[in-house]
Write a protein that binds this ligand. Structure first.
Ligand code: CMC
Length: 443
């Protein structure tokens, strides 16, 4: 029989047959629960440690076809948005689902710029970090602390409150990010200049010195804006999953975004662009590339900026970024690390190890080279990822809050520990040496 949207499962332990509905090319893991050996059996689980083949939500925000290298926000191809849109307009699209008309864009811009200032206490708060604090650490801490400044954010089921927190977060994150940078450099904080674009204002808060008004270089301003567009959302990645998981407890969005920033900090996620530069600096010259490729293939480190859980083709964002690099170098001068990166890419894309595993450059491979040419220290790279991703996180958060199918995230586990055993008084327990395996396993 063909044509039915169901899956038939035969449990060979019992010979029983089950018919499970298929919807959107997925089965519900909860439907497996009915598959039992006997009445005491809690039912069959699906085991998916890194959620590699599990959909955790239905979403209308971002579409990725990893095999074909396609990325779309709300249906619009990333290439068109990168060429024609600006970050603030793309943020509107991501958050609200449609591109704005002139009137709505003006109102959105106004609403975001109204929220670029932060409470003065935040300044004191940033001051409390050590002189060499990593700006991502500052961002995690400060965004988490913002929940104490806006207790109204707890009203997550109130549409107006959700809108307000979204504007606040998108408006304020460049200010906090720029101040984390100024703190690192020992420079006085620069207040927002709302005459400038979203990106231009960020550049002003980063780099304004004694001049009365900061004038961003238009090429660099546009390059940063396009990089922001490319990073605005990426469906259920590690940080968005962290955000959704934390937000599913119905905590306020500042706490949930702090968790997302923490996830983004890691070298396998948003920290990868920082790791790429460190790797390129360690390689040091084009002639040493083959030696390093050999190391990566033998599992001695990874070729950072290569590979992706979803893209099994060239990451479409990396293609756009590679092009921007040359526009930026026209202004800043060439970053010599690009030659090492190009050689790594050239060799890797011809090497069977990378070809067979479908490892291509991802968004982080070239972004760090641009950021470094613009004068950003490597520790700021993941921060530059977090700023634009805030629009994506807020859209994902609002989608989660409104989704009647969502509940508190609570995965299951497969228990492989000790069976029931009984407490032995401390004096009667065996020598620790006899239990070495158990003890070391626990650390
Ligand atoms: N260099 C060398 N080998 C690699 C790499 C790499 N960058 N990435 C994956 N592999 C190998 C890996 O060793 C494994 O080989 P084998 O099958 O022989 O064990 C195979 O490819 C599959 O790797 P995986 O770790 O199972 O793949 P994953 O989907 O779990 O990991 C990834 C995806 C992005 C974490 C990984 O490719 C990686 O660590 N890349 C480098 C870090 C990086 O660039 N991260 C940025 C991701 S894009 C931006 C973002 O979303 O944050």
């Amino acid at each position: 029989m063909t044509g039915r949207n169901t899956l038939t499962i035969i449990d060979n332990r019992t010979g029983k047959q089950y018919e499970i509905p298929i919807e959107h090319n997925a089965i519900r893991a909860a439907d497996l629960k009915q598959i039992k050996v006997n009445d005491e059996d809690p039912g069959l689980l699906s085991y998916d440690p890194a959620l590699t083949n599990t959909a955790t939500c239905k979403s209308r925000i971002t579409f990725i076809d990893g095999e074909k290298g396609i990325l779309r926000y709300r249906g619009y191809p990333i290439e068109e948005l990168a060429e024609k849109s600006n970050y603030l307009e793309t943020a509107y699209l991501i958050v609200k689902g449609e591109l704005p008309d002139v009137k709505h864009f003006a109102a959105w811009r106004q609403n975001i710029t109204n929220h670029t200032m932060v409470h003065e206490n935040i300044k004191t708060f940033i001051e409390g970090f050590r002189y060499d604090a990593h700006p991502m650490g500052i961002l995690v801490g400060t965004i988490g602390a913002m929940s104490t400044f806006y207790p109204d954010a707890k009203n997550i089921h109130d549409l107006e409150s959700r809108r307000l927190q979204t504007r606040r977060l998108i408006g304020k994150i460049p200010t906090i990010a720029a101040w984390a940078y100024r703190k690192m450099r020992g420079l006085p904080y620069v207040y927002p200049d709302n005459d400038l674009s979203y990106t231009g204002n960020f550049m002003s808060m980063l780099w304004k010195m004694t001049e009365l008004k900061y004038k961003p270089d238009p090429v660099l301003e546009r390059a940063l804006d396009v990089l922001f567009i490319l990073h605005a959302d990426h469906e259920q990645n590690c940080s968005t999953n962290a955000l959704r998981s934390v937000a599913s407890s119905q905590v306020d969005p500042y706490s949930a975004v702090a968790a997302a920033v923490a996830a983004l900090y890691g070298p396998l996620h948003g920290g990868a662009n920082e790791a790429v530069i460190r790797m390129l600096m360690e390689i040091g010259s084009v002639s040493r590339v083959p030696e390093y490729i050999k190391k990566f293939k033998s599992g001695e480190g990874r070729l950072m900026g290569f590979g992706h859980r979803v893209y099994k083709n060239y990451d479409p964002r990396a293609k756009i970024i590679k092009k921007i690099a040359y526009e930026v170098f026209e202004v800043t001068g060439k970053n010599p690390l690009i030659d090492i990166a190009l050689e790594l890419e050239r060799i890797a894309l011809q090497d069977d190890y990378f070809i067979s595993r479908k490892l291509y450059p991802n968004v982080d491979f070239y972004s760090g080279i641009i950021y470094q040419a613009m004068g950003f220290p490597v520790t700021m790279f993941p921060v530059l990822f977090a700023i634009p991703r805030t629009a994506g996180w807020m859209a994902q958060w609002a989608e989660l809050v409104r989704d009647p199918e969502q509940k508190i995230t609570r995965p299951r586990q497969i228990y492989i520990g000790e069976p029931e055993r009984h407490y032995i008084p401390i004096e009667e327990r065996p020598e620790p040496t006899q239990r070495e395996d158990a003890v070391s396993e626990a650390i």
